[in-house]
Design a protein around this ligand. Sequence first.
Ligand code: AMP
Ligand code: MG
Length: 351
Amino acid sequence: MISKYSNQKEKLNIEEINQAAEEIKKGNLVLFPTETVYGIGANALDEKAVKNIFVAKGRAQDNPLIVHVSNLEMVNKIVDNISPIEKRLIEKFWPGPLTIIFIRKSKDIIPDVVTANLDTVGIRMPSNEIAKQLIERSGLPIAAPSANVSGRPSGTKVEDIISELDGKVSYILDGGSTDIGLESTVIKVNENKIDILRPGKITKEQLEQVAKEVDVDKHVLGQVEKNEIVASPGMKYRHYAPNTKCMMIYSENKSKLISEINNVTKELQEENKKVLVLGSKNNLDKYISKNKWNMGETLDEIAKNIFTLLRKVDKENVDLVVIEGVGEKGLGLAITNRLIRACAYNYKKIE
Ligand code: AMP
Ligand code: MG
C-alpha cells in the first residue's frame, strides 16, 4: 500500500489536511511535520490505533508516546492539577518545542498503551501550522513519536524517511524540512525544580528563567547501566545511530580539537582505513581528511542538519565517522545528547 501524499510545502492545503484529520478519526496513522521533527501520529484516545504506531516503528512497548494537543481544553481532560511552575512553562513556551510530563488524572481518557502504564503523561502543543491544523481539525489529541524506525535517526524531511515508512501510514503531509531538526525538550517539574529528561531547543538557560533550580538528568549525557532505573524510558534505548562506527571528539580549546581529529584521521589512514569527518563550517578547511562534510556554522544550523547527515553516512562505506563535538552550552546540550547516542558513547573529551 502506498500512502496518500500531500505536498504542503508551498501553501497549506486545508482540504488535504482535513482528509488527513479524517484518517486520524478513523484510527489510521498520519505522517506529519512539527517544528521539531516529523511525527507518526494516531488518535491518542484509540488504543488500537496507538498500538499500530508501535508496530510501524518497531518501538518497545515500555517507551511512552508524547500526546500532542492544540488547546488547553485537551490538556484539562488529561491532567487536573497544573502547578504554578507548569502554568508558567505553558504560558512561556507553548505552542513550541517543550514536552511537559504531568501526573495523569486518576481516571483520564488516555489509554495505558500511550503512557506505557506510567502514572504520568507527556504533553506538548506544537507550533507548526500543519501540526496545529491536523490536531484542531481532527478534534483529538494525537499521540506521536518521531517518524523513524526505532533506533534510526529521526526524520526531518519526508525524503529521508519515506522508504522506511511509506505504506505504514495512510496519509503523508509533507511540509518540507522541519525548522528545528531535533526533538522537543522533555521536562518534569518536581516541586520547585525542573528536571530535564531530554534536552532540546528550549534550553536549560531558558528554563532557568522560570524556576531557580533546573537539573539535567544524569542520563542525558551519561550511559545507562544494566538494570538501572531511568526517569524516562526512552533513555534506555539505542538511538539516532548509523550502522557505521562513529566517534565524537570535543575540546573547548579549538586547536586541541582540530589536532585530535587530525591525529585520529592520520592513524586510521596509516592503517589504510577510510575516515569521514563531520565538522563545523568554520573548522572544516583545517581537517586533513579529504572526505569531510559541513555540519553547519551555528548550533541552530547543526541541529537542523544533523539527522540528515547521520542518515547519509552509511552510504559512504567508511571505517570511522569522526564527529566534531559542539559543547554543552545552550542548544549544544541537545546536539551533544543526540551525538553521544549516535556514537554509542564513543566520546573523547580533551581538556
Ligand atoms: P519520541 O516519541 O521519539 O519523541 O520520544 C519521546 C520521549 O519522551 C521518549 O524518550 C519517552 O521516553 C519520553 N516520554 C514520553 N512520555 C513520558 C513519561 N510519561 N515519562 C517520562 N518520559 C516520557
Ligand atoms: Mg524518537
